[in-house]
Design a protein around this ligand. Structure first.
Ligand code: PGA
Ligand code: ZN
Length: 427
């Protein structure tokens, strides 16, 4: 009798589906006490060296070796039998089982794509069982909507051409609410498109839906964008500032940073000067992965010099891993962390990293991956965690707009929803 009051897992299934780059990824389907929910796992391109393992089949006869049938099989046949009869809402118990059965630090026995699919699907099916939207199932007191970081210019490993800086993002912190932030971003996105067209540049988009024109310098990318913000009728600095994800590990070779379009090869200190100059010239409020993921000394120096002015975000450096984050706290390497569920592989460990960041006064930004699906788990997570920031690509491509559209609906559902007003790096 009592069991009916809990979402008891009855069936565990998984399948290969396609991600936004057209490669397979894992989708998990869980039935608990008569409710069925699905969750799909995303996939990165500029992945951090210390991320949990995304298990691929490496069978060159299928999907160029990128099949995920092994991970699918691990969901169904390794974890599945253990999950049957468990309470899907006992997230910690479920995640501990996934972690312990795998037994490795980076989930390399059965794959973080297997564990994360299960972990998220357990949350989603539990929310459905309790008839709650996911965000309020995760946190009944949710009332803070995230300010979106909107990636309108793609470069680096996310585009065939473009800037060395992987992502140049709009940060519309002057918006009245989330709905208004999306309107501003869309108007600027289209203004940028017209501007690029006018200058005879390509308006095709990269993996996250931002434009990826061929440019003469990193500065030129920023200048065109600032111009487009003004042409759309917004004030640079008070309505909208810029955020960068440099993904510097992707152009760090033999101890130096190789900025291809600027034609310069810089050491760590010169890279920091490069950022100091950019910040002096432009309204940049946040820099992610400004240095290589192993350049710990450089991170500490950069945070010391720039951390009081802007947000210094670790992504590849910390890979959503509470141990790495503790190291970054001890070394004062950064003042914010990017949070990606599949870098660590369970919902509980993700929330543990967020809580650790929060208790140390660090900002946290919930993030998508460059390879995404229509899954909107991160939208709900961003609201539930209350950090006030989300990064989920441009305002086109359904894999990106699915997340924003979900947030538009959530904003309607929360009575006194508000954007976070005390982001310490907005002056
Ligand atoms: P990725 O890119 O998903 O390819 O890692 C996103 C990011 O670097 O933040
Ligand atoms: Zn990044």
């Amino acid at each position: 009798m009592g069991e009916k009051l809990k979402p008891i897992i009855e069936r565990v299934h998984a399948r290969e589906i396609l991600d936004s780059r057209g490669f397979p990824t894992v989708e998990v389907e869980i039935t608990a006490s008569g409710r069925t929910s699905i969750s799909a796992v995303p996939s990165g391109a500029s992945t951090g060296e210390f991320e949990a393992l995304e298990l691929r089949d490496n069978d060159n006869n299928r999907y160029l070796g990128k099949g995920v049938l092994k991970a699918v099989n691990n969901v169904i046949n390794i974890f599945g039998p253990k999950l049957i009869g468990m309470d899907a809402s006992s997230q910690k118990e479920i995640d501990d089982m996934l972690i312990n059965l795998d037994g490795t630090v980076n989930k390399s026995s059965f794959g973080a794509n297997a564990s994360l699919g299960i972990s998220m699907a357990c949350s989603v099916v539990s929310a459905a069982f309790y008839n709650k939207p996911l965000f309020s199932y995760l946190n009944p007191n949710s009332d803070i909507m995230p300010i979106p970081m909107i990636n309108v210019l793609n470069g680096g490993m996310h585009a065939d051409q473009g800037s060395d800086i992987q992502e140049i993002m709009l940060f519309p912190h002057g918006a009245k609410n989330f709905t208004n932030a999306i309107q501003m971003a869309s108007e600027i996105f289209h203004s940028l498109k017209s501007e690029l067209k006018k200058q005879g540049m390509s308006t095709s988009v990269g993996d996250e839906g931002g434009f990826a024109p061929s440019l003469n310098s990193n500065d030129q990318a920023i200048e065109i964008l600032l111009n487009s913000i003004e042409k759309a009728g917004y004030n640079v600095g008070s309505d909208v500032s810029l955020a960068l994800d440099v993904a510097a590990s992707s152009f760090f070779k033999d101890g130096k940073y190789h900025l291809k379009i600027d034609g310069s090869i810089l050491d760590t200190n010169e890279m920091i000067v490069f950022y100091e100059d950019l910040i002096r010239q432009y309204p940049i409020v946040s820099v992610e992965d400004g240095l290589d993921e192993n350049d710990w000394e450089g991170w500490t120096t950069m945070n010391k010099i720039l951390g009081s002015k802007i947000q210094i975000v670790g992504d590849d450096l910390t890979v959503t891993n509470p141990q790495k984050l503790q190291k970054a706290i001890d070394h004062q390497s950064m003042n914010a962390i990017l949070i990606k569920l599949n870098q660590i592989g369970t919902v509980s460990e993700t929330i543990k990293a967020i809580k650790l960041a929060k208790s140390n006064g660090m900002n946290y930004i919930i993030s998508h991956r460059s390879g995404e699906t229509e899954d909107t788990f991160i939208s709900d997570l961003s609201v539930a965690m209350g950090g006030g920031q989300i990064k989920t690509g441009s305002v086109c491509r359904s894999d990106r707009t699915a997340k924003y559209n979900r947030l538009l609906r959530i904003e309607e559902q929360i009575k006194n929803a508000r954007l976070k007003d005390n982001l310490n790096f907005i002056k």
